[in-house]
Design a protein around this ligand. Structure first.
Ligand SMILES: Cc1cc2nc3c(=O)[nH]c(=O)nc-3n(C[C@H](O)[C@H](O)[C@H](O)COP(=O)(O)OP(=O)(O)OC[C@H]3O[C@@H](n4cnc5c(N)ncnc54)[C@H](O)[C@@H]3O)c2cc1C
Length: 411
């Protein structure tokens, strides 16, 4: 079977379009919103809502999910925090797409594609004070009120990206994971779409962070928060069967919810690649300015330490990108990509951490200075190795998949 790594015209046009946006709209306000943590980056949000989200003027067929990853890489080359603050359905949208019915997709996603209106956000709230990596340990409950046909949600969600916008601006929504039957373990976990400003969903505050400081990472409290019965994504059926495979999920409801990660992990890997490339591009430009040339054709024994370092950084970046594109391409083809999505995420999370730290190191005091964005990229990089499954958890998934072990046998 032939292997073709060439991007389609549509994808290349998109890449160019988003790179221009990154350069012209994001970089100029990058430092401003890193410093002004929690302030809404109004000029960026408005630009994205009115112009950016429409994509390139010239349209041509693209590569579907690969194009989404290209967009993530380019925009995170611009600024990863601002990327996460863009008014989009974000992870909430991935959850609706992965587990929702056609009717639910239309109902919840249509406002994001509508012309005009005001910027809106989507978010996904899984993590709780006592449950992060082990998503099956969540304690938020959803109880059906048969009289009103509504779900009543109770619990606390922490570290919810875009949670401020998604919970407080009409038109947006937060996808909340909750259990409808604790005795069923992971089989009882379902996801619910909670529209912004639903009574009972309260924004408690936003987290102060090391990196991606332009992104609103929220704590949300759900107290007798009622949503219509039809806001549960997927099936209400509770399965008490033990998980049958190594996928880390045995029930269709939980499996549907976990499928969100197969779509979101390649995007996070692409985001990481964008931050890493920002550092590497800057480093290479600076070295060139200082008269240092990377001799790709020199024999290994003649390479300087800095040439080796740069080549290694480039190799790490390329490997991360290729794994990401493979996971994305499999999504396009409708192939199961659980293994490949975790491989890409694990590789890219580690690669970007190493690359950005090395860039600071090689630039010396300049790398450490706030005059440049290199120190910021190092801070922005680390989160890619934490959210959407930490490095360790993604490695665990890769091992389970390769060995075909269920999570009960390899945890
Ligand atoms: C900025 C930011 C944004 C976030 N956005 C969201 C969001 O939008 N929605 C959301 O739901 N969550 C979000 N999160 C939460 C994030 O997904 C979790 O922090 C992450 O999954 C880790 O969970 P935890 O914090 O409970 O850590 P823990 O699970 O307690 O992990 C602590 C350490 O132990 C390791 N560890 C845990 N279990 C194992 C194991 N079995 N084997 C080996 N090592 C293990 C982990 O890798 C980690 O190093 C966000 C977090 C941050 C920091």
């Amino acid at each position: 079977m032939p292997i073709d790594f060439e991007l389609s015209e549509g994808s290349l046009l998109a890449k160019e379009h988003f790179h221009r946006i990154a350069e012209e709209q994001m970089r100029p306000v990058s430092r401003k919103y890193d410093l002004a943590e929690h302030h809404l980056p109004t000029e960026w949000v408005d630009y994205w809502w009115q112009i950016g989200r429409k994509g390139p003027k010239k349209k041509a067929p693209g590569d579907g999910f690969v194009t989404i990853c290209l967009q993530a890489e380019e925009l995170c080359w611009g600024d990863a925090g601002l990327y996460l603050r863009m008014p989009t359905p974000a992870l909430g949208g991935s959850a609706v797409s992965a587990a929702g019915t056609q009717e639910q997709k239309e109902r919840f996603m249509a406002p994001f594609g509508a012309e005009g209106g005001h910027p809106i956000w989507g978010a996904m709230a899984i993590t709780e004070p006592q449950a992060g990596s082990d998503a099956a340990a969540i304690e938020t409950t959803a109880e059906l009120d048969p009289e009103t046909d509504e779900w009543i949600l109770n619990g606390t969600k922490i570290f919810c990206t875009a949670g401020e916008g998604a919970s407080t601006v009409d038109g947006g929504f937060v996808v909340v994971w909750a259990t409808i039957d604790k005795s069923a373990g992971r089989g009882g976990i379902k996801s619910f779409v909670v529209p912004a400003n639903t009574p009972g969903m309260e924004l408690i505050g936003c987290e102060k962070k090391l990196g991606i400081r332009a992104s609103d990472t929220a704590t949300l409290r759900l107290e007798n928060c009622r949503v219509p019965r039809e806001n549960l994504l997927g099936s209400e059926r509770v399965s008490k069967k033990k998980e049958p495979s190594a996928s880390g999920s045995g029930d269709k409801g939980f499996k549907g919810a976990m499928a969100t990660f197969d779509a979101s992990r390649p995007i996070v890997a692409a985001m990481a690649t964008g931050v890493g490339r920002a550092s590497l591009d800057f480093l290479k430009e600076e070295l060139e300015r200082q008269g240092v040339r990377i001799r790709y054709d020199a024999p290994p024994r003649e390479l300087t330490a800095i040439e080796r370092d740069v080549m290694e950084m480039e190799a790490e970046l390329q490997a991360a990108r290729l794994l990401t594109w493979r996971a994305a391409w499999m999504m396009n083809k409708g192939k199961p990509n659980n293994l490949e999505a975790s491989m890409a995420k694990a590789k890219a999370g580690l690669a970007v951490t190493k690359i950005t730290q090395k860039a600071v190191q090689l630039l010396g005091p300049l790398g450490h200075s706030k005059k440049l964005l290199v120190e910021k990229w190092m801070r922005d990089a680390k989160i890619n190795d934490i959210y959407e499954g930490t490095q360790q958890i993604n490695q665990l998934i890769v091992a389970r998949r390769i060995l075909d072990y269920p999570s009960s046998m390899l945890r």
